[in-house]
Design a protein around this ligand. Structure first.
Ligand code: AMP
Ligand code: MG
Length: 402
């Protein structure tokens, strides 16, 4: 039995980053940039108005109210037809370039018109409501460093710089394989001993949530040949494979056998000092990480969180591999038995007005009780011992994005 940190490190050592490439902007959400994003142009590119109103010379508005003659209109997307002379104003719309001679904008709300003249009600100061070239982004500026996780705002910035793609680590394409003679798909009447495959659907969804491209590899029976051909068939199109089942001590647990053979012995079959999710097989086959997660539905989810998600994030260029951990307050006792292992209790964490997360159990804690795992939004890390009492604090892994 090995510590969680040792198993995690073994997995991470096998998860090299994918080769970065140019990714079209509208496919890059959530990807990690591989190079600094540098501006070659100023944003804004030209001085323009932040308000609908009148372009003026500030000096002309001293002693306002004053009367100026309106000599034109500048709409967004046009160039001013002439410069602004003394005593003149131009009607101007948000985003339109300011005419030469203008040094301030008066908002339309601070004016009224009389025929071809505008009455400016209050004096303007030079610079009022002007957006100057480069006051968002200057030419030559490094806007975002390498290894920035691209969110909606980043993509907008990249678009405003005129780029249609961005150098980034691609999403990992990850195959999901369920293994087990007992597994069936869909709503057919179950024969004795059969169960419905839930892990594949959970793991496909976890992968989608983790920013990967999930690929459904279906169900393989407990046969060495079938598991071998399912994994081999996946390798040309997948960057990684996540299998569930077949890594325990059972007589028909062939996943670890297959991974050992296909990974040329690089596979390690581990007994991790955690509960749930003790067994884990991990190896690299033809450069592709293959995770053999335990079959129990809760165990496969927990194992995914502890090992597969960090490994896949490393492949996708992330620096932050792990979920956020907080010190949370137990609102009820969380009991466990001493067994030398770290227990990951399925809990519901609720933020309260004291600024802390408060925990209560999400329900049954056995490794087949998927409904409690489904309700949980966090895992309380209960160290070896009897558990904790109500009011005590415990390190807790939040399962949501922050
Ligand atoms: P195994 O890891 O293959 O020994 O399986 C452990 C337990 O998980 C058994 O009760 C299996 O029936 C169950 N199990 C394995 N794979 C799945 C799956 N894909 N969906 C639901 N339960 C599963
Ligand atoms: Mg099995």
């Amino acid at each position: 039995v090995i510590p969680l940190a040792t198993a995690r490190q073994f997995v991470l050592d096998g998860c090299a980053p994918l080769r970065p490439r140019q990714i079209p902007l509208d496919e890059a959400l959530g990807c990690v940039s591989s190079e600094a994003i540098v501006a070659h142009e100023a944003v804004p590119a030209f001085a323009n108005t932040a308000m609908d109103g009148y372009a003026v010379r500030a000096a002309d508005t001293e002693g306002a109210p004053v009367r100026l003659s309106v000599v034109g209109t500048v709409a967004a997307g046009t160039a001013p037809s002439a410069a602004l002379g003394p005593g003149q104003a131009m009607r101007i719309m948000t985003g339109a370039p300011i005419p030469p001679g203008c040094d301030a904008i008066v908002m339309v709300e601070r004016t009224h018109t009389e025929g071809a003249e505008v009455i400016v009600e209050q004096p303007a100061r030079p610079g009022d409501h002007l957006r100057l070239p480069g006051d968002d982004i200057a030419p030559g500026q490094e806007v975002f460093p390498p290894r920035t996780t691209l969110g909606p705002g980043h993509l907008g910035v990249v678009a405003s710089l005129g780029h249609t793609s961005v150098a980034a680590y691609p999403q990992a394409r990850v195959g999901v394989l369920s293994t087990g003679d007992e597994l069936v798909e869909g709503g057919a009447r179950l024969q004795p001993g059969q169960i419905r495959d839930s892990n594949r659907h959970t793991l496909l969804a976890l992968l989608a949530r983790s920013g990967c491209v999930p690929m459904d590899l279906g169900i393989a029976p407990d046969s060495e040949a079938a598991i071998t051909s399912a994994v081999e068939a996946a390798l040309p199109t997948c960057d990684a494979v996540v299998a569930s089942g077949g890594v325990s001590m059972g007589d028909f647990d062939y996943v670890k056998v297959v991974l050992d053979r296909l990974s040329a012995g690089s596979m390690r079959w581990m007994q991790v000092a955690i509960r749930p999710a003790k067994p884990l097989a991990f190896g690299v086959i033809e450069g592709r990480p293959v995770f053999g997660l335990p079959g129990n539905p809760v165990s496969s989810m927990v194992s995914f969180e502890l090992f597969a998600r960090p490994g896949l994030r490393a492949m996708m260029g992330h620096d932050q591999l792990d979920r956020v951990h907080v010190e949370a307050v137990a609102d009820e006792s969380l009991r466990r038995r001493p067994d030398g292992k770290l227990h990951l209790a399925r809990v519901i964490a609720t933020p309260r007005s004291d600024g802390r997360f408060h925990l209560r159990s999400a329900g049954g804690q056995a490794s087949h009780q998927l409904s409690a795992m489904a309700l949980a939004n966090a895992l309380a890390l209960l160290p070896d011992g009897e558990g904790i009492d109500a009011g005590e604090c415990v390190t807790t892994m939040l399962l949501g994005e922050l």
